[in-house]
Design a protein around this ligand. Structure first.
Ligand code: GBH
Length: 493
């Protein structure tokens, strides 16, 4: 045997030895996840209106926005193949299926003026089928596919969007509430505000680098809070579900753990990232360091006001306490290095934070450039959020690994096994109440700017086949076995 092979095998077996060999608690629920634009297709069928992603990818040169020039017009065609999706979920043995509702399937122009019954029927049929198979839907109201009409109104830059969103949420609660116990209002606002309104890489494609992201964050928080209050005031007593904002967070660790400057930079990176949405919802208001730094940087750049919208006390109170659980998306973590303050014009969020982040070179690299594997980071961030926010319950609503689509996807197995192990450590050793896990993703799907080049699915979808044939990968079989045995290894104790 080649010496390097021996080394590789030792690494694999020693890492397996770190896998938690206890059983998952009886109450823990395994699941899988996906999102409307990424899987449904049927983009203009049965009365569905145009979303910003439809618009973004129909009216621009496709390869300028998405690496392979593709879009979600058909995707996995789950609009037609949903029964097969339910069959696969049932076969896997999951108890949770996280999906999102396409706003423009329900309200074609986004306004409550006209409700599209065919859109309502699609989801009701899906929810009924899930329930009949003992699967609880975890429903995201907004996974990035804003109605184009509302984007023309200013989208997440216009505070009135919060009222439109609350009206849409009410219609969803009315029609789907009887089937749904877990609602997520908005998925990963850090991603959609940053990529959509500041970097311009996601729809609607704005490059408002000085303040688009903050205005979007402000409107997002108002929209989320108003939807939560609609549920709380009008539906909770009868429906008894939970509503929360979906966060994406990771461990921000000092590059040099002993360097106080790196420690401070790492803390700042956490507070101006994950906590920029976590604090308003769980604590009230933006983190103070964010308020102070953006005010100072705005002043330096000759703004006679701060670029971070200032909440009124009434708004702080409206938003605070509006999360009934903590849906957490976790993929990878960062090492954070202190640097001198970045200055330049125009000012922007990057300069406002002024840190450099990187991945440790020893962390395995996925097909997505931004994704490396550091399972311990999940445990670290869970502990942090548990301490700061003390939510009644965590669900890991996204976690997964991308490759180029191989059926024998050992990399995905290694990643999800290690991350589920970290979750088990958190539950059993740290006393963190994680009640569920919905792996990203059930099937290969449209991966935004990466098109169909990065595959996250447990199940392969043949995008060249009009039938969009689904094929189980090795990871699906592994996950099926974990669910059946509630154990990550061949044997548990
Ligand atoms: C998730 O975001 C999304 O919620 C989900 O829809 C998606 O399918 C999944 O990731 C996998 O991609 O283009 O280099 O600037 C995870 C957090 C934030 C990761 C935005 C990618 C853009 C990186 N994402 N980020 S880059």
């Amino acid at each position: 045997m080649q010496p390097y092979l021996v080394v590789v095998l030792c690494i694999i077996s020693s890492s397996k030895a770190d896998i938690n060999n206890k059983y998952f608690p009886e109450s823990f629920q395994f699941g899988a996840a996906g999102a409307a634009y990424q899987i449904e297709g049927g983009w203009n069928e049965d009365g569905k209106g145009e979303s910003i992603w439809d618009h973004f990818l129909h009216y621009n040169n496709p390869t300028s926005k998405v690496i392979d020039g593709t879009n979600g017009d058909v995707a996995c065609d789950s609009y037609h193949n949903w029964q097969e999706d339910v069959d696969n979920l049932k076969k896997l043995g999951v108890k949770l299926y996280r999906l999102s509702i396409s706003w423009t399937r329900i309200l074609p122009d986004g306004t409550p003026y006209q409700v599209n019954q065919e859109g309502i029927d699609y989801y009701v049929n899906l929810f009924k089928a899930l329930k009949q198979n003992g699967i609880e839907p975890v429903v995201t109201l907004y996974h990035w596919d804003l109605p184009q009409h509302l984007s023309d109104f200013g989208g997440f830059l216009n505070p009135q969007l919060a009222d439109y969103f609350a009206a849409y949420a009410r219609i969803c609660f009315e029609n789907f509430g009887p089937y749904v116990k877990y609602w997520m209002t908005i998925n990963e606002p850090t991603s959609t505000c940053g990529m959509g309104y500041s970097m311009g890489l996601y729809a609607p494609g704005y490059t408002l680098i000085d303040g688009g992201m903050y205005q979007c964050a402000y409107v997002t928080l108002l929209a989320h809070a108003k939807a939560w209050h609609v549920y709380n005031d009008e539906f909770r007593a009868q429906q008894g579900g939970k509503v929360a904002l979906g966060l994406v967070c990771s461990a921000q660790m000092p590059l040099d753990p002993n360097n106080p400057k790196d420690q401070e930079a790492a803390e700042r990176s956490h507070l101006m990232g994950c906590a920029s949405f976590g604090n308003p919802v769980f604590v009230g208001n933006w983190p103070q360091v964010m308020i102070d730094r953006i005010a100072a940087k705005s002043k330096e750049a000759n703004y006679p006001f701060t670029r971070l919208p200032v909440f009124t006390q009434e708004e702080i109170d409206l938003i605070k306490g509006t999360s009934d659980f903590l849906p957490l998306n976790y993929y990878s973590s960062s090492l954070v290095e202190y640097i001198d303050e970045l200055v330049g014009f125009p000012p922007n969020a990057w300069f406002d934070i002024s840190v450099v982040t990187s991945a440790n070179k020893s962390w395995p690299q996925a097909a997505s450039p931004w994704l490396t594997s550091y399972p311990e980071g999940l445990r670290i961030i869970l502990n942090r959020l548990n301490k700061d926010y003390n939510p009644s319950e965590f669900i890991i609503t996204e976690n997964g690994w991308s490759d180029t689509g191989e059926l024998d996807d050992q990399g995905r197995i290694t990643y999800i096994q290690a991350h589920m192990s970290a979750i088990l450590d958190s539950i059993l050793e740290d006393g963190v109440n994680v009640t569920g896990y919905t792996v990203w993703s059930l099937m290969d799907s449209f991966e935004w700017t990466a098109g169909y080049t990065e595959k996250f699915g447990l199940i392969k979808v043949d995008f060249d086949d009009p039938q969009r044939t689904r094929t189980w990968k090795s990871s699906a079989k592994y996950y099926q076995n974990v669910i059946a045995t509630r154990c990550l290894l061949n044997q548990c104790e």
